[in-house]
Design a protein around this ligand. Structure first.
Ligand SMILES: Nc1ncnc2c1ncn2[C@@H]1O[C@H](COP(=O)(O)OP(=O)(O)OP(=O)(O)O)[C@@H](O)[C@H]1O
Length: 927
């Protein structure tokens, strides 16, 4: 039976005091006992270890105990910290017990002979704890497995580079006022397959077409972190089979522990793919699988007493869902959070969302097990510290991948493993001779068609291009160069069916796809609608299409395997490619289940980029850095806002402690930041200046240092002190920002916009309301997403109906300004923002008025996919405005208006479908 220490309750003040007395005594003992191993005298082996970091003056006590991994009689394992630096902390304590096998001595006194401390065990001073070898041995991970590494959080904490950090940072605040006791943490076993019924094993094997788990998958499922329900990050190259391990863990959580699981994935397309692939398990094993993406998924979720759920969510929706659970005091319903593509935590924007969501999850419920997966992280240890997680890495790929770089006519093989010089990494493999005539050579100097025809149409080829336009151009180019007979004849009937299906479902086929599909070639990027992309993916998977020209998004966003991957140029957009992006792309080649032949990748590189590509390929893996500190720490600011709003932080000290659990905390120094205390204080000052929070008691004293900026506006008697424990709460605008899920600057700007429009609201059609919805997402000039086509806006302006004319008047746009715009062929000028927003308003008005997407796309000369994205963004914005208005009394009249807009857009303006969408089973999905 596995045991662990479990937090059971908050200590009563009295208990805390008693406990503190003994702890204070210990703390004043002035004993410095750095680390010890527990020595078993009987067979002379180390079977676990305890580290006591206990330093004079620093008042720091850190206890690490590792489970005895080699015997059945386990020592409870966990990591307890107590950090005492402020006077106020003395009133807080923790009560923890250890199991019978091993008891922590009550008194650590220097005078006592060390071997008297424990009956059968000795403590050896001055042996710096280094348990990696022991752990290796005990979990039976063969040292000869090249590339395997398992590090517990304890190892990482004690490793050299961590020692240089401020150790106090490692203390976990949620342990400090809690009592702990041992728990039988593991689940009720329901069968032989990692505790799951044999039926699950059969379903996995039959649905995935596999015969057994890989060695590493078995090893990973038996790690101490899994057995003890500790957090775990596991990293393997792409295509290593990571998803299956997480699926087994999720099924176990739902079926054996009767808890819900939150499965976080980076793209809506992947969420939908996962929901559909796991539905079979949900049906057979009687649990629920629910999609949480932009418009889908109820927050908080409905309660199903008999069945548990796996919530499969995009990053943004997972954050909203978890906030709603905290808000309704139901965070305990989640037993496990699984995060795929963990490295995205370093991405701008949604990286912050992921980081604050995980921070809050750890903060409010330390019982939740967090499992992170990734292929590409250069600094896993930072993430391990952040998540308090063990780390498992393994250099495993079921199918060999041969990587090449193409420079001119030469193809060099790449082998960057353990190579020190560029010469060693690149070896000439072959020179190509595709028999191009002069014309071919001119239009295709990089020999893309030659590389494609070596593989396709028999096997799949993915061509990664740096821009969307380039995807289309390459697809067209290939139709001009590839052999018509060979490519057109391959599965020609199915290709015709595909064209018919695209026309029926999407209303129209784009002229490029109409030309390329007969060759088995398609392009794939966000300019296509979701339906178009789905059809193309399906046709490629089933071999009807053999070439897809795509942007880098496809590498992470869609699970499409290929025999050969061609990287058209080492750029993503206009930026030079990073190693992690390169690995994601080439990782699509040679996936398991593709007949076992190896995969190949070619990166095409011009002579000007040769050196940079070589540097990129031999550089260390890209580091993941917190983006919470960017743009004046807006990410951390939003975390502070939501923590006060959710009532999980009531005072400045709580906020500092919360901030100390972020990834940012461990990287603040590297990111050039101030101390976390100062950063939080600066944020609080700014927020107070904007009236985002207030004291929830007027008894607060005076502290000139904290709010000295008030000097001019208020006399000193009106100043408040923000002591560590002064209670604070959100003001009305603070609550509005928090509920709307935006930063307070945006919430304030929106409130001004709504206030102004309230005076002259045009309600004769939807256009004014839609204009406000567009404003919600607008940047300073209103040209986010796409540029306004000046000629089209000019044309449409003179066709506007009377009702929309009222909006133009209300906005104050004059005919003279429109004429000036078309004369200068730009919207730039004093009314730039209004014109750009107006353009989008006209587009979305057509959508709400039921004009088919492809006609709107034609009318405004914009990709269909863009219009779909704009519509989805408007649904999210309309919902946010509803929540914002709900908090501000003066906006009462807007509530039902924006609710209506959101519903109409959500149903794509299709009023006839409304009664159908009200059916309970259908409604459930719309939340
Ligand atoms: N034990 C196994 N035996 C055979 N095939 C397997 C096994 N486990 C997983 N696979 C298959 O390997 C392929 C890749 O697996 P998966 O998508 O889980 O990899 P991954 O490590 O998550 O890759 P990525 O990082 O690219 O998402 C899938 O088709 C999956 O069904």
């Amino acid at each position: 039976m596995q045991r662990r220490i479990k937090r059971v309750r908050e200590l009563s003040p009295r208990e805390a005091e008693t406990e503190v007395t003994s702890k204070q005594r210990r703390l004043t003992n002035k004993v410095i006992l750095n680390a010890s191993n527990i020595w078993n005298e009987t067979d002379d082996s180390i079977f676990g270890n305890i580290s006591l970091d206990f330093k004079e003056n620093e008042d720091y006590l850190n206890v690490n105990i590792f489970r005895d991994l080699s015997s059945d009689s386990t020592i409870c394992g966990d990591n307890l910290n107590h950090c005492q630096n402020e006077k106020e902390d003395i009133s807080q304590s923790q009560l923890f017990e250890f199991n019978k096998t091993f008891k922590l001595p009550n008194d650590f006194q220097e005078e006592k002979p060390k071997d008297e401390l424990q009956g059968t065990y000795k403590f050896f001073d001055d042996i710096r704890m280094d348990c990696s070898e022991t752990i290796f041995k005990d979990v039976n991970i063969s040292q000869t497995n090249v590339g395997t590494l398992y590090e517990t959080r304890g190892d990482i904490q004690n490793s050299e580079d961590i020692k240089n950090h401020n150790l106090q940072g490692l203390s976990q605040i949620y342990w400090q006022t809690q009592a702990f006791e041992e728990e039988q943490c593991n689940f009720v076993s329901k069968g032989p397959f990692y505790g799951l019924p044999a039926k699950v094993e059969q379903l996995i094997y039959s649905s995935k077409g596999i015969k057994s788990l890989y060695d590493w998958q078995q090893e990973c499922l038996s790690l101490p972190a899994i057995n003890q329900r500790k957090n775990l990050i596991y990293a393997l190259p792409t295509s290593g089979g990571k998803t299956l391990v997480s699926e087994i863990l999720m099924l176990r959580e739902v079926l054996c522990r009767n808890k819900n699981v939150l499965f976080v994935l980076p793209y809506v397309s992947i969420v939908q793919e996962k929901v559909s692939s796991m539905s079979l398990f949900a049906l057979e094993m009687d649990f629920l699988i629910e999609e949480y993406t932009a418009g889908k998924g109820r927050c908080p979720p409905g309660k199903f007493w008999k069945r548990n759920s796996i919530f499969v969510a995009s990053i943004e929706k997972a954050a909203v869902l978890f906030d709603s659970l905290i808000d309704s005091k139901r965070a305990g319903e989640i037993g496990m959070i699984v995060v795929d593509e963990m490295h995205l935590i370093g991405e701008k924007g949604r990286g912050c969302t992921l980081e604050s969501f995980l921070t809050k999850a750890m903060f409010v419920n330390d019982e939740i097990q967090i499992v992170g997966m990734s292929a590409t992280i250069g600094n896993l240890r930072d993430l391990s510290q952040f998540l308090n997680a063990d780390v498992y890495t393994r250099n495993f790929r079921p199918v060999e991948l041969k990587e090449f770089i193409k420079c001119g006519n030469d193809i060099l093989s790449i082998d960057s493993n353990n190579k020190t010089s560029v010469e060693e990494c690149f070896q000439l493999h072959r020179s190509i001779n595709f028999k191009y005539n002069a014309q071919f050579q001119k239009v295709d100097p990089d020999h893309i068609a030659g590389l494609v025809s070596e593989t396709a149409p028999a096997e799949g080829v993915l061509i990664f291009c740096s821009t969307r336009k380039n995807c289309q151009n390459v697809a067209i180019l290939l139709t001009k160069l590839l052999s018509e007979q060979k490519f057109k004849n391959h599965r020609s009937r199915e290709k015709k069916d595909l064209l018919d299906a695209l026309e029926k479902i999407c209303g129209v086929i784009g002229s490029i796809l109409a030309d390329t599909i007969p060759f088995g070639i398609a392009y794939h990027h966000s300019g296509l609608t979701t339906d178009e992309r789905k059809y193309i993916e399906y046709a490629y998977r089933s071999g009807v299409l053999s070439v897809i020209c795509c942007t880098s998004t496809l590498a992470a966003g869609v699970n499409l395997p290929a025999k050969r991957v061609i990287i058209r140029a080492p750029y993503v957009g206009s930026s030079f490619m990073m190693l992690s992006q390169y690995k994601q792309m080439v990782g699509r080649a040679g996936r398991a289940g593709m007949g076992g032949s190896c995969g190949e990748s070619f990166i095409i590189c011009s002579s000007k980029d040769n050196f940079k590509v070589a540097q990129m390929l031999t550089s260390p893996m890209t580091k993941v850095l917190s983006s919470m500190y960017e743009e004046n720490a807006i990410g951390l600011q939003n975390l502070v806002l939501s923590a006060i709003g959710l009532n999980i932080a009531k005072c400045r000290r709580d906020l500092v402690k919360l901030a100390e659990t972020t990834l940012l905390f461990f990287q603040l120094h590297e990111l050039g930041g101030d101390s976390i205390e100062k950063t939080v204080l600066t944020i609080l000052k700014t927020m107070h200046k904007h009236s985002v929070w207030e004291f929830n008691s007027l008894k607060a004293g005076v502290d000139l240092s904290v709010f000295s900026y008030l000097d001019q506006s208020l006399n000193t008697t009106n100043k408040f002190a923000l002591c560590n424990t002064t209670k604070i709460q959100l003001t009305m605008i603070g609550k509005a920002a928090f509920k709307a899920g935006v930063d307070f600057i945006k919430a304030k700007a929106m409130a001004i916009e709504l206030r102004n429009s309230q005076k002259c609201m045009v309600l004769t059609n939807y256009s004014h309301l839609l204009y406000l919805v567009i404003s919600f997402n607008s940047n300073a000039t209103g040209n986010e997403m796409f540029q306004t086509n000046v000629s089209i806006l000019y044309r449409e302006y003179f066709k506007l109906d009377e009702n929309t004319g009222y909006l133009i008047k209300a906005l104050g746009i004059t005919e003279g300004q429109i004429i000036r715009m078309v004369k200068n062929m730009t919207t730039k000028g004093p009314v730039e923002l209004l014109l750009n927003r107006l353009y989008k308003t006209l587009i979305i008005t057509d959508i709400i008025n039921l004009m088919p997407i492809h006609l709107v796309a034609q009318k405004y000369d914009i990709d269909r996919g863009m219009i779909q994205t704009l519509t989805n963004q408007c649904i999210v914005s309309a919902n946010s405005i509803v929540r914002l208005c709900d908090q501000i009394e003066e906006f009462w009249c807007f509530l039902s208006l924006f609710e209506r807009i959101s519903t109409k857009l959500d149903k794509c303006g299709s009023v006839e479908l409304e009664p159908l969408l009200e059916l309970p089973a259908v409604k459930m999905n719309y939340g």
